[in-house]
Design a protein around this ligand. Structure first.
Ligand SMILES: [Fe+2]
Ligand SMILES: [Fe+2]
Length: 312
């Protein structure tokens, strides 16, 4: 039996793959500017030192659940310093890994800037509550559940970037505001490229250390949570977001987990040791469990809409 590769060996072996995929990323990423996506002429001065008008619920007509999703998405983007710390500590700041870490951080920073500008100018959400939520959320920080393991972190971000892409996309749709939809579609396109980068790296890891890669995927799926999990009221917000079809268990299973697993072709990987095989069995069971949970949720949601319809 071969001994597992150390974290350092994995980083070294994957460096060339990082370099190749960073080049690919840079050739595909489109430059874009947050200010072009914000309808500045709709803006009005707020109360406070400048003596404008305080925010009121009636300032914006976007649906409540869209506000909730926008807040969750923005607070998630806001926590970037913690994510940067996590990946810079694990992947390092040198060579191709460091170049990726910094580039990724710069792109994610653009997302928070753009969404905040949009929300503030359009008065879509209460800016005081938003700022307080940002302070609370960032003060708590973020730690990755498997933050000291390279392959676990790569597996996590492969799923998480795709989940974030879907969530941004669907949030844009639910706002009913074409400007917001265009902005979030632009952000979602970035998240997709991030997902492809990480997914390609883990694909290379499957060649290099198949059993370790399989274990990483199984562990990450078992306790997967979105990075916004620490947001105040996250459980309640997630239910609202799921009920609105912005991000629910069905999408998590069918549009995030399954397509990524398919790209890695996990059920055809060869050369696994005992633990690698056990990890793969665990993944298969997890997919079955997710299927049941997603079906249960869909039933409940359908029953709820039927109940609401009779009340109208
Ligand atoms: Fe982002
Ligand atoms: Fe991203």
């Amino acid at each position: 039996m071969t001994t597992p590769m150390s974290q350092t060996a994995l980083l070294l072996e994957l460096e060339a793959v990082v370099e190749k995929n960073l080049d690919r990323h840079l050739s595909m990423a489109k430059e874009w500017f947050p200010h072009e996506y914000v309808p500045w002429s709709e803006g009005r001065t707020f109360d406070g030192p400048l003596g404008g008008e305080a925010w009121a619920e009636s300032d914006s007509t976007i649906p409540d659940v869209a506000r909730t999703a926008l807040i969750v998405n923005l607070l998630t983007e806001d926590n970037l310093p913690s994510y940067h710390h996590e990946i810079a500590t694990l992947f390092g700041r040198d060579g191709a890994w460091g170049n990726w870490v910094h580039r990724w951080t710069a792109e994610e920073g653009r997302h928070g800037t753009a969404i905040r500008d949009y929300l503030t100018v359009t008065r879509a959400v209460d800016p005081v509550a938003l700022e307080r939520a940002r302070m609370t959320h960032m003060s708590a920080g973020y730690t990755n559940a498997h933050g000291d393991e390279v392959l676990h972190s790569l597996a996590y971000v492969s799923f998480q970037e795709l989940a974030t892409r879907i969530s941004h996309r669907n949030t844009g749709r639910v706002t009913g505001d074409p400007a917001c939809e265009a902005l979030l579609a632009r952000v979602a396109a970035d998240e997709n490229l991030h997902m492809v980068f990480y997914r390609n790296l883990l694909a290379a890891a499957f060649e290099l250390a198949p059993s370790q890669a399989m274990r990483a995927v199984a562990d990450v799926l078992a306790d997967f949570q979105m990075p916004g999990v620490g947001i105040d009221g996250f459980a309640r917000k997630s239910v609202a977001i799921a009920l609105a079809g912005i991000y629910d268990l069905r999408q998590h299973r069918d549009d995030v987990v399954v397509p990524v697993l398919r790209q890695w072709d996990v059920f055809s990987v060869t050369g696994l040791n005992g633990d690698g095989e056990a990890a793969r069995d665990q993944i298969a069971r997890h997919l079955d469990d997710l299927e049941q949970a997603a079906a249960r949720f869909e039933e409940k949601r359908a029953a709820r809409s039927a109940r609401l319809a009779t009340l109208r």
